[in-house]
Design a protein around this ligand. Structure first.
Ligand code: ZN
Length: 353
């Protein structure tokens, strides 16, 4: 057998060797190995072609051409195998991958709620629902407003003038021209006054956003519930009575409250309402930062400019407004010390409720 004939035979047996190996390949990794072993720089094909130097130049041309075609055809075969393997993989996946929405995740504690829980309501949603029930029973309408608000509804019509320093009190995420992520549910006050005919009572629960440094009591995303009462006469004692009744209704026990002056451009006078800490009963604990009191809500009598923005005559109508912090109420209710837990999807936190 001449050198040329031997070389050609070697190339042909290389081809059948590759085909046999491809027939056994089960995953992409196998194909990679075959490719390196046979077609790589130091692979078997290169090795066989080292013998090209031993054949005549005419034969060399023919064998070289044959070797090139062989290389192309082997590459093609490997690619075909790859397609085949992927197809099988996806077919198998379609047969075996399914999911049962009723199966509990592995981390559910054994016996948790009898083991048949399919999910449950987030403590903030539960608090919101509770408040909605209480307020509805007191004749309040439930209003909704967009989370992306106009600067006018969030600030301008609430008596924050363009250069008002109080704008600085609330670090704001601005979106597009004249729009922002609402910094408080007070943005719904104007919508409420325009939609509901006075005398009226409304609440507006929802998500609000601040561009805050995060710590145990500050979050960039949290939940409030705005409340507003418009009537011919509304006084601070009406407001205080309403808040006191509300808090006792929420916590189902005797609650002590106090008012401190607070400044908010949309109310005059404005207050911070504190509640005696329910965790420690006023003795001082981490939840109330050892003050014995917990800041529950800002409130006040609606500023005449805001009444005017709502399309009402301030000489005929008066109002009271308050902003309940839902996160804070839940923290008081359960004795949670860090507001950041609410945005953290850690199931170990959520399973406790
Ligand atoms: Zn306390």
């Amino acid at each position: 057998m001449g050198n040329a004939e031997k070389l050609t035979n070697d190339l042909k047996s290389l081809e059948s060797e590759v085909q046999q190996r491809l027939a056994k390949a089960v995953e992409e990794k196998d194909l990679e190995n075959i490719s390196i072993e046979f077609l790589g720089k130091k692979g078997k094909l290169t090795n066989v072609l080292k013998a090209l130097g031993t054949v005549s130049s005419e034969e060399r041309g023919q064998i070289g051409k044959f070797a090139n075609e062989l290389k192309n055809s082997l590459e093609q075969s490997i690619e075909t195998s790859r397609q085949h393997i992927l197809e099988q993989y996806y077919n198998k996946l379609a047969e075996t991958e399914w999911f049962d929405a009723t199966i509990l995740p592995a981390r559910f504690p054994a016996g948790f709620h009898g083991g048949d829980v399919k999910g449950h309501i987030h403590p903030i949603s539960a608090m919101q629902k509770r408040l909605e029930d209480i307020f509805s029973s007191m004749g309040f309408s439930i209003m909704d407003g967009p989370q992306v608000e106009t600067d006018q509804n969030n600030f301008g019509m609430l008596n924050f003038t363009d250069d008002h320093p109080a704008r600085e009190m609330q670090d704001t995420f601005y979106t597009e021209q004249d729009h922002l992520l609402r910094t408080h549910t007070s943005s719904v006050q104007i919508r409420g006054m325009k939609k509901l005919k006075p005398p009226m009572r409304m609440i507006a629960p929802g998500r609000v956003f601040r561009y805050e440094e995060l710590d145990a009591s500050h979050e960039h995303t949290f939940y409030q519930m705005e409340g507003m009462v418009i009537d011919h006469t509304v006084s601070v004692s009406n407001l205080l009575h309403l808040m006191h009744t509300l808090l006792e209704e929420i916590f189902q026990k005797h609650v002590e409250v106090r008012l401190r002056p607070g400044y908010f451009p949309f109310v005059e006078p404005g207050f911070e309402l504190d509640m005696k800490c329910l965790i420690c009963g006023g003795k001082g604990c981490p939840v109330c930062k050892y003050s014995g009191w917990s800041e529950v809500l800002p409130c006040g009598l609606v500023h005449p400019n805001v009444i005017k923005s709502g399309g009402l005559n301030p000489s005929q109508w008066q109002g009271a407004a308050f902003g309940l912090g839902l996160n804070r109420l839940v923290m008081m209710w359960y004795g949670i010390e860090d507001i950041r837990y609410f945005q953290n999807p850690d199931p170990d936190f959520l399973y406790q409720f």
